[in-house]
Each structure stands twice: as C-alpha cells, then as structure tokens.
Design a protein around this ligand. Structure first.
Ligand code: NAD
Ligand code: ZN
Length: 354
C-alpha cells in the first residue's frame, strides 16, 4: 500500500473561516464539539463561534488549564460528556487551544468510538508552529510526559494569528524557541531572519509562522513515525527536557515553560556541536547571543549540572543505553544519533554560564 504519510489540510489564507466552513461541509458531520480550556474559552471561543459558519449543532466543552490535566482522567470525563451530549461516529471535534489541548483533544478524538474526525485550531504560538501539527497526540502518565497516545494527524489545522493578541509574552517567547529551532535544523536564511528581529511584531508573524509550519510539515511528511529524519526536531530537547523537569522540581530555580527550557538546551547543544560535530565556534557563540537576546539567563550550580546529567542518564534507559543528541554540523545542517560524555556536557554548561 502506498499511503500518504502526513495529510492535514493547513488553512492560513485571508479567508480562513470561509475555507474552514467549506472544509467542514465535506465531512457531512452530524454535529460539532469544540474543546476549550478555561483560558481559551474565555479569550478565544466567542471570536471563533462568531466566525464559524455552520448550520450544525455546536457544543462547547471546557477543561481546566494546564499540563497536569493532560491525562487519562480528563479524557475519561470528556468521553462520558461527549456520550451524554450525543456525540456519535460522525461528530467533528474542534480543538481550540494550546498544545495541551491539541495533544489531549487529538487523542480524545482518535479513541472515541474508535476514532472521529478532528480539526486543530491552535491558539498559542507554540501550538501554531509545532504542537498542533504533525499528528502526535496523547496524554501524560503521572509525571511522565506523553506516555500514552497515537499518531493521527488532524484533518485540518486553522492558523489565525489574531488569537495571539491575548497570549502572555512568556508564552510567545516559548513559541519563538521552536521557531529558532526550525531555522537551526533546516534553514539558515530563516535563522538569520529571526535573529535580526528585535521583537516579534504582528506584521512579521504570519510570514514567520508560515515558514515554520512549512519546515515542520516537510520533515514530518517524510518520516511521520520518527524513525529517522523527524528526530532532527529534537534539537535542543535532550538537555532542554532534562532542564525543564529539573527546574520544575527545584524551588531555587524558576519554573520554565517548555520553549524557555529548549532555548537553553539549544545553546548547550550548540557547544556540543562544536565539540562533537563540526559547528564553528563563531556559530555557537551566535546561537548563544541570539537566544540570550530573548530569553533570561539562568545560573546553574555544579550540583544542578550533576543532577541534570543524572536525569539524562535516566532517559538513557529508554534509548538503547545511549543519551541521544541531535547536533549541528552548521546552522541549517543537523546530525542525528550523536553521543556526549559528562565532561562535554559540563563544559557546555560552562559555555552557557560564562
Ligand atoms: P498550553 O496549551 O498549556 O497553553 C499555554 C497557556 O496559554 C495555557 O494557560 C492556555 O490556557 C493559555 N492560552 C492558550 N491560548 C491562549 C490565548 N489565545 N490567549 C490567552 N491564553 C491562552 O501550552 P502550549 O505551550 O501551547 O503547549 C505545550 C504542550 O504542547 C505540552 O503538553 C507539550 O507536550 C505539547 N507539545 C506537543 C507537540 C506535538 O508534536 N504534539 C509538540 C510540542 C509540544
Ligand atoms: Zn519542543
């Protein structure tokens, strides 16, 4: 069989809502359920509902905000609510929110009645350029992230930057980190463009979001199940994830959003790229300087670094005994499946701290 790997329709023209209405008609859906969280119900629902052109019955579901609700208990409540409110096999689920919501809603739709159609309407920058795209859906298992899920692309993804008007600046920054990553792993010209910006303005945003989406979809279309090429999207994430969970559990360190931790991970892994791949020292310095332009610097002590390395070791059990890094040969040119020693990781922190 020759199945298309990744086939979500991405709607981001001037007439987004007209295109969405036309697209919804093609489903012959029985009704529409819109999944929101407390914030997106408050900030995004009325704008979305007033622009949604449909004659179908619409139900709005709301969950509590936050990563801690991305779990099977929330799904259970939603499966029950949907059944009680008459959701059937032809119900269309629309996920209106950030990455927590599109991950959870995608999983909910993929499992309800063995799978109903769903559309993602990302309302955070991070979800627009990353989480809502690429078919990864799922929930956390206790403290372990994304342990239960399926790969099932949304039928469509609607991008409307006007949702970002109410997004806090820290959340905008978190999305910017993933955009910088897209430049670093795929497109040096895009990296240069982002580096030259003093701040993200609405005028630039649509164009930049479009480039990031093109990069992500191109990569995902070639390797939906992350056997090979898709791993490049993990640049900055090996150390970034460890830093994210370490900071989350340590009162002396600030709690970082995902993208903020990834930004630090990208600087550290730039240093490793000099040591292990062939990235030039000048490029690593540039990456550090660009990241520190937009992200606050955190000071890590010797103990922090040792503990973060322990967390990496824990990860190692999950990947055939090696800590896997994506590194850079040059800006725009990644290499997958690299390994680094503790001494090299320690030196990377010295580079970041200096
Ligand atoms: P999020 O969904 O928690 O959203 C961040 C915050 O912004 C929340 O408080 C939310 O309620 C609020 N919010 C959302 N839209 C808003 C708006 N327009 N105005 C005001 N507030 C708004 O987090 P996120 O950063 O979007 O996503 C992080 C999640 O995405 C994580 O669970 C991560 O695992 C997942 N993720 C998934 C993928 C993937 O490929 N599936 C990729 C990256 C991240
Ligand atoms: Zn990420």
């Amino acid at each position: 069989m020759n199945l298309p790997e990744f086939s979500s329709k991405i709607i981001y023209n001037e007439d987004t809502f007209k295109s969405l209405a036309a697209f919804i008609k093609t489903f012959k859906a029985s009704n529409i359920f819109i999944l929101t969280d407390t914030n997106t119900n408050q900030h995004c629902s009325s704008y979305f509902l007033s622009n949604l052109e449909t004659t179908l019955a619409v139900e709005v579901l709301e969950i509590e905000v936050g990563e801690q609700h991305k779990n099977i208990e929330t799904c259970f409540q939603l499966w029950e609510a949907m059944a009680n409110l008459g959701a059937d096999k032809k119900t269309l689920l629309i996920n209106l929110g950030g990455g927590v919501l599109t991950d959870l809603g995608g999983f909910l739709a993929s499992t309800y009645k063995r799978g109903i159609s769903f559309i993602n309407i990302p309302t955070t920058l991070l979800a627009m350029v990353d989480a809502a795209i690429g078919g990864k859906t799922g929930v956390n298992l206790g403290n372990l992230k994304n342990q239960v899920g399926v790969i099932n692309p949304a039928k469509a993804i609607l991008i409307d930057p006007s949702f970002l008007a109410t997004l806090p600046p820290q959340e905008m920054r978190s999305g910017l980190a993933e955009m910088l990553k897209h430049g670093l792993i795929y497109d040096a010209a895009y990296w240069n463009k982002l580096s030259a910006l003093n701040k993200l303005t609405t005028a630039d945003l649509m164009e930049l979001i479009k480039t990031s989406i093109e990069i992500k979809t191109t990569i995902v279309a070639k390797d939906l199940h992350e056997n090979n090429l898709r791993k490049v999207l993990n640049y900055g994430h090996t150390l970034g994830h460890a830093i994210e969970s370490y900071c989350f559990n340590h009162p002396n360190l600030p709690k970082l959003l995902h993208g903020e931790a990834i930004a630090i991970g990208m600087v550290l892994e730039a240093y490793l790229s000099v040591e292990i791949a062939s990235l030039s020292k000048a490029a690593a310095k540039e990456i550090k300087q660009v990241v520190l332009q937009s992200f606050p610097k955190i000071t890590f002590t010797e103990t922090d670094i040792e503990n973060i390395y322990q967390l990496l070791q824990h990860d190692k059990k999950n990947s055939h005994g090696n800590i896997q890094f994506v590194l850079l040969e040059a800006i725009g040119k990644p290499v997958i499946d690299c390994n680094a020693t503790f001494t090299q990781v320690k030196a990377a922190f010295d580079f970041y701290n200096s």
